[in-house]
Design a binder for this molecule. Structure first.
Ligand SMILES: *Cc1c(COP(=O)(O)O)cnc(C)c1O
Length: 480
């Protein structure tokens, strides 16, 4: 009996058979990504299947997992345009299988997986023109990467005293009104407080107003505050604006401030011939936070913090108690350990799927796909501009197009509701999945194209369907 008390299968052949079936089902799911509905909510009976008491005895759950496959958020479908999601790749399924089989912990020590992460960090240095002695860490996403970066910025300005004393007094930082909420949340988590994040107005291109930024820094200094960081954005949430990174780098330099860039989806644009010129200033940042799971389509989740000063990065997090002591040889070698660069000790092998994505597809193709998405957003903007009843609400600097449906016969005070309703019907009917946002107080249909499966025809269809559904809603409400 005690011999059977293990989590390994009692019948390996049966396990192998069901594993092969699961793999086939997973590949079929990816192969059919273009077919069928975009979003398919989980049916009631399946929801029921995921409620129940804590299982005291085990059972085979392969079929239940397989049945879950079609009920994702929809981001593997070419007409998923909501928020900013990557589309994933079939090749990453293999990386995840390998990583699960190795079951590696990348907190530290000297083992195979660590070398894969080192390679990914090295490739990222090359992409962003960072020095060879800079440091990087793969994390779950840009939110955590931002936390790591701004903690380093905070600790550096207090000469690392804030690590012991807690809340540093009167620190303030700067970003634009277009910033992602993760920046304010980081100020909150770090004990600096979200009020200390100054949101600087933007220009007509939705880029930070650098003159207003300089003025704000001067005023804060005069009022006795201690400015410590400027957070630029390479791809802002609403319209995809790229701040003038060169100018932000120069202001940061003049003012002796940390220059961090949130490049969650935009930073990988460095691989695109179209976007690279606009992103050159990235190489001057003190830190860059970005995602692999957005425009590089690594299957969720994976992001990175890249930091210019390895010394600052390590001094911000390094703690080596006796039980985690390093060594020159043996398994405890390979110092410094990744855990010295972030808050996590145990870390999974996300690096493998990132490495596999870059190695399998190459930066040329990944960059060309980014370029194509930008061209598609321009194409959509043109369609919107040329179609009766549509109004574009923002410039299209990258891959996001914001517009609304507002035909003359629609009641003026109901335009926002109309556009909400259009988006919900598109999603519920499984046709497409854009999201909404507010642009200058107007409710916009926001179409984000970070999708290697999207075709130009998908955008024709989108505009056609918005027109059809929009007119239907207008006539429905005229009747009631
Ligand atoms: C998605 C996003 C984030 C947050 O990244 P996560 O990977 O979701 O943590 C931050 N900033 C911008 C601009 C984003 O688009």
């Amino acid at each position: 009996m005690s011999k059977d008390l293990t989590l390994d299968p009692s019948d390996w052949d049966a396990f192998r058979a069901s594993a092969h079936e699961m793999l086939d089902a997973s590949i079929n799911q990816m192969m059919a990504a273009r077919e069928g509905r975009v979003w398919t909510p989980l049916p009631e009976d399946q929801k029921q299947g995921f409620t129940g008491p804590l299982p005291r005895e085990g059972r085979d759950v392969t079929n239940q997992m397989e049945a879950l496959l079609p009920h994702g958020v929809g981001n593997t479908h070419p007409r998923f345009f909501g928020w900013v999601h990557g589309a994933g790749t079939p090749s990453n399924i293999l990386a995840d299988i390998t990583a699960a089989a190795m079951n590696a912990n990348l907190g530290g020590r000297d083992h195979g997986a660590i070398y894969v992460e080192k390679q990914v960090v090295d490739w990222c240095r090359e992409i962003f023109g960072f020095p060879a002695d800079s440091s990087g860490l793969i994390v779950s996403g840009t939110s955590i990467a931002t936390l790591i970066a701004l903690k380093a910025a905070r600790d550096r300005i207090t000469d690392f005293e804030s690590r012991k004393t807690g809340r540093p007094e009167k620190l303030v930082g700067y970003t634009s009104t277009q910033t992602h909420t993760c920046v304010a949340r980081t100020f909150d988590i770090l004990g600096i407080g979200s009020d200390a994040l100054r949101k600087i107005p933007v220009n007509a291109q939705f880029e930070i107003d650098c003159d207003a930024l300089r003025t704000a820094i001067d005023e804060d200094r005069k009022a006795g505050f201690t400015p410590f960081v400027i957070v630029g954005t390479a791809g802002a949430v609403n319209v995809g604006a790229i701040d003038d990174l060169e100018q932000l780098a120069s202001i940061s330099n003049d003012q002796d401030l940390w220059f961090h860039v949130d490049g969650a989806f935009g930073a990988p644009g460095m691989l695109s011939d179209l976007l690279r010129p606009k992103l050159k200033g990235l190489s001057k940042a003190d830190s860059i936070a970005f995602d692999f799971h957005k425009w590089l389509h690594v299957n969720y989740d994976a992001g990175m913090i890249l930091m210019r000063s390895e010394d600052t990065h390590r001094r911000t997090f390094s703690e080596r108690p006796d039980y985690l002591k390093g060594a020159d040889r043996g398994l405890a070698a390979g110092n410094p350990w990744p855990t010295e660069y972030g808050p996590e000790l145990s870390r999974g092998f996300r690096a493998l799927k990132v490495w596999s994505q870059l190695a399998t597809h190459g930066t040329e193709k990944l960059g060309a796909l980014i370029t194509r998405n930008c061209e598609q957003a321009q194409y959509l903007a043109k369609l919107v501009d040329e179609t009766d009843g549509f109004e574009r609400l923002a410039p299209v600097p990258m891959q996001i197009c914001c517009f609304r449906f507002c035909p003359d016969d629609a009641p003026h005070d109901k335009i926002d509701l109309l556009n909400d309703e259009i988006v919900m019907r598109l999603q519920e009917d499984g046709i497409a999945a854009p999201s909404t946002t507010l642009i200058d107080g107007k409710n916009a249909i926001r179409v984000n194209i970070t999708n290697h499966r999207t075709t130009f025809e998908d955008l024709d269809l989108l505009v056609r369907e918005i027109n059809r559904i929009g007119r239907l809603i207008v006539s429905e409400s005229a009747e009631t």
